[in-house]
Write a protein that binds this ligand. Structure first.
Ligand code: ZN
Length: 257
């Protein structure tokens, strides 16, 4: 859903389709499942929001679709996979997340399809979250910045997997594994979406979010000179904060299943 240019109450016409102000995300929930394709994806902004939620006493669980084994040019996948799993666990711990699971799909070549939907539905039924958080499934991040294939496949499959999790007659083999349907997901939130209209205030947790990013030490080193995204992420969080009315914020697109 997009906001039409010129449709704001202030009557200001904008060049792009993004809103001038963000609505705050709801915080009347207890358990969130954050599903991401790769170790480091959550730390590109989302971790600061996670830190806020865990400080409020909420439970957040991370499900990583791959182990990020194709993410470091100089390190072969069989070494990089376990290394990156360790970095992800350390990053999670910093923001108060102690359950991190890895589904073992192939990094870089995830295919959207029934096997992926089934495993995501399985994760939703296992953890029974109120909120599912994931990344942007659209082709771009807006303004011509191309999204990545795994991100598009996973984001799309999360939306479907949430529905599948609630339907007894879809993926009936999950019932055989003792996993009853779970239709309790109230909203799906997509980080990094060009259609974001909501945000969460991360002024108090921006720094801890950055610490969790830097738990991905080998990965960031592997990006080489100028690869550290700290400044870039600070700028994005600051811009989002202006739209929410605080110092730093993380924007999300909100979808109701
Ligand atoms: Zn990624």
């Amino acid at each position: 859903m997009r906001v039409r240019s010129g449709s704001f109450e202030r009557g200001i016409s904008v060049a792009d389709d993004t809103p001038l102000t963000y609505e705050p995300l709801r915080e009347d929930w207890d358990r969130a499942l954050f599903i991401a394709p790769h170790p480091d994806d959550i730390e590109y902004g989302g971790a600061a929001a996670v830190a806020r939620w865990t400080r409020q006493g909420k439970s957040v669980i991370y499900t990583m679709v791959t182990s990020g084994e194709a993410g470091i040019d100089a390190i072969p996948p069989e070494e990089a996979g376990p290394l990156r799993e360790g970095e992800q666990r350390a990053a999670a711990e910093i923001v108060g997340v102690d359950v991190v699971e890895f589904l073992g799909f192939p990094d870089g070549t995830i295919e959207y399809g029934l096997p992926l939907r089934r495993e995501l539905a399985r994760a939703v039924r296992r953890h029974r979250p109120d909120i599912v958080v994931t990344g942007n499934h659209r082709e771009t991040y807006g303004a011509g910045f191309l999204n990545q294939a795994d991100h598009i496949a996973v984001g799309r499959a999360v939306l479907d997997g949430v529905r599948d999790a609630g339907n007894r007659w879809v993926f009936r083999d999950l019932l055989d594994d003792g996993l009853e349907p779970w239709g309790g997901v109230r909203e799906v939130w997509m980080a990094g979406s060009p259609d974001s209209r909501h945000a969460v205030d991360t002024s108090d947790t921006f720094e801890v979010g950055m610490q969790s990013l830097h738990a991905h030490r080998e990965y960031i080193d592997g990006l080489g000179e100028g690869g550290d995204p700290t400044d870039f992420l600070e700028e994005i969080a600051r811009q989002a904060g202006i739209r929410l009315g605080c110092q730093y914020a993380v924007p999300f697109e909100v979808l109701s299943p």
